[in-house]
Design a protein around this ligand. Structure first.
Ligand SMILES: CC(C)(COP(=O)(O)OP(=O)(O)OC[C@H]1O[C@@H](n2cnc3c(N)ncnc32)[C@H](O)[C@@H]1OP(=O)(O)O)[C@@H](O)C(=O)NCCC(=O)NCCS
Length: 176
């Protein structure tokens, strides 16, 4: 399974590599990613390299993580898309894109592509997607990727500002 590359129009999902560490560090310093995908304070290049290596190592079977790039410039990191908590046909999906790559459908395309692959190749049945109610861009990604809204979770996750936020739960089933 490691070494998987998924493509789509203008989209490349590829394995994480050590050379992504600086790009990941820059991304974690973006205020929106620090808020909605917090990695903790004091992240430096060494910690970013460790993070990238964890993402590249799928050996525990619990996650599948791919870097988002442009097929025309595969070495340039544009984002991240991952399935977490893979167990018994279920998983959760998470994602971010770097500021320069936003607003052109990249996150929606990446989530859609990984989801389709996970249903057909991993045999997953249900994938959940949670985002803070205060993060409407992520809600649009969920909608565009076909994740139906299932309700609001109250004060369900602590985000980068240290506060618990209400979240929307969305999900897609293999049969949707
Ligand atoms: C959320 C995020 C992944 C979206 O990435 P992207 O590549 O811009 O996503 P897309 O271009 O596929 O779609 C973005 C949608 O959000 C909309 N959007 C952007 N900012 C918005 C805002 N402030 N309010 C409402 N909608 C917004 C865009 O208009 C677009 O919707 P549309 O296609 O209907 O016009 C990106 O902004 C990001 O990384 N944010 C910080 C981290 C984060 O929120 N991660 C998700 C945690 S659940």
């Amino acid at each position: 399974m490691p070494g998987v590359e998924l493509t789509g129009p203008g989209l490349l999902l590829r394995p994480w590599q050590d050379a992504d560490a600086q790009g990941a560090l820059d991304a974690f310093r973006d205020p929106a990613i620090a808020q909605w995908n917090p990695q903790g304070d004091g992240l430096d290049l060494t910690a970013a390299r460790r993070w990238v290596r964890r993402r590249a190592d799928w050996s525990n079977g619990a996650h599948v993580s791919l870097a988002v790039a442009d097929p025309a410039a595969p070495g340039t990191l544009l984002g991240s898309v991952s399935l977490h908590r893979i167990h018994d046909g279920d998983a959760s999906i998470g994602y971010w894109t770097v500021p320069a790559a936003r607003g052109r459908g990249l996150a929606s395309a990446a989530v859609t592509r990984l989801t389709t692959w996970a249903f057909t190749e991993l045999g997953l049945y249900r994938i959940e997607l949670c985002h803070a109610v205060a993060n409407p861009a992520s809600c649009r990604v969920a909608e565009r990727a076909g994740y139906l809204a299932e309700g609001t979770l109250r004060q369900s996750h602590r985000y980068g500002d240290g506060r618990r936020h209400d979240e929307h739960l969305h999900a897609r089933l293999a049969t949707d």
